[in-house]
Design a protein. Sequence first.
Length: 566
Amino acid sequence: MSGWKKLFSNLSNSYANSARLTFGLAVVVSVWLFGCGSATKPTVLPTELQPAKIERVNPAEQAETVLRLRFYVGADHRARVIGWEEELTTVVELASSLLQRASGVRLELVESVGWERAGGPLGKTLSSLAANDPGLDVDVVVGLVDASEDSLDSFETLVMVNGEARHIVVRGFHWQAESAALGSAGESLGESAKDRLLIARRKHKQSVALAHGIAALFGESAAFGPEYAMSTTSMQAEAGARLGQAISKTLAVRAEAKLRKPAKPEPGALRLIDRENLAQVLLLLEANKPGVAWEILEPLLELYPDHAEIASAGCLVADAREASDVGARCARAVALGSADPASLLALAKTQIENHPDKALQTLKRVEAVLDAGAAEWRTLAVSYKELQLATHASRAAAKAKDAASVATWARESQARYAVAVGVAPDDEGRYLRALKAALVLVYDKKISAAAAAASELSKSFPKSVATSFIQCEVSMHKRKYAEAALACQAVVAAHPENSWARYLQGIALARENRNDDAMRLLAEAIDRDVTLEPAYKALGQLYRKSGNARLGALRGAYKKTFGKSL
């Protein structure tokens, strides 16, 4: 169980008579509840259902750190809750009091604005919030959306934070569910008293929920003890001290990143402070914090628009953030002369899908500058695989430390599809994609379309075995086994190391009752391609049928290769 989930479980269990509870922030001002103009004495609320009082910090008491918040309040929430702005101010003040005593951190509500965002999955809402406002002019951005009755039992569905950046999303207070959670004790109260009780409980819960979110954002998800329920009046002292230090350090880093724009520096030269900031960017990337890295890097990009190292860092940060402009940034870095392998690989990644030829040229540039044993060999091998370039992928995988899966793919592609015959290494991707597409047509019984595809392949690759390869498959699907055997033999003759054509030829001969030749071909297919599982199964059936003593050895080889029995 995660720390948050365990915490929420403890909190929920301690909440008396409440089977379904929610954290949330919502605002309702109901002046009529207090009986204006009535002489009737208000009902005394049950002590056991009332929340503990959160003592407000004296406004004159100086805080060590001020954390500035901007709230985005969803349209659905604003429509449901009357007077949300006023009560939101109160909630922030109470949450601030909870934090300030232990951590020295005071919350300041800078702005609360409407947000055209309804409820939904918190992950998507959090991403939408970050895209809507990166929050560079405040310290924390909070999104407040409507409550969900179906999400009262899991903390992860109520509050979500992005600690790498500066964003929190919180679901609102579900009035009906909270009312039902009071049970019979709540039913015994009059409507006015019950509403007053719910308002008091809501304010307490909202305040603690916000304080929890702030603590979690800066790494202290267990800052409040399991006695939460309605009794929290403070946070744990040690956690508070750590939280104060974490927030102060984060704000200091952000402040240092806001560079003043001095006179234009010497061309090609970085000032010492800028060099240090660039180093900090790269360290943040290694720590998987591209959002913070971007905050430091963005002013550097403006200050040094033609600096290769800065542009290369922009490429890497954009890649890590999955930004829409990653391709442009990486292309710019390369155009400025960056030979950094990571930048080149990031650029190639943006080119693979729509510009495979450009991607290949970029990858070749990477290969030209890589040292033996460099970590980028694995990424290079994977990129070659994505381009379906078996020969290049095999070469790169051989130089990588952990690219066994790529090496296996390359070996299988070479053994099964005869890419070595009449196909240049740079053209293997085009050939493989076209051949596989033609085979899909065969398997879908679109024989005429497959024949047309084979004809086009033979024109593009006249020295390849594509025509015989596809004819072998077509004949097998038509159950013309003698014809299939001849077509498959043509592939084997041109490409002696081919495993798939041998396998199909063996199957075709078995259908013609030429079992001895079939067994020989299937065994040869396995010798050339140890992971060709269908060949094991077909050969095993023939061995069993003929009582061949080699069945035991075949079973052992199959078990060793695939980890299961034949």
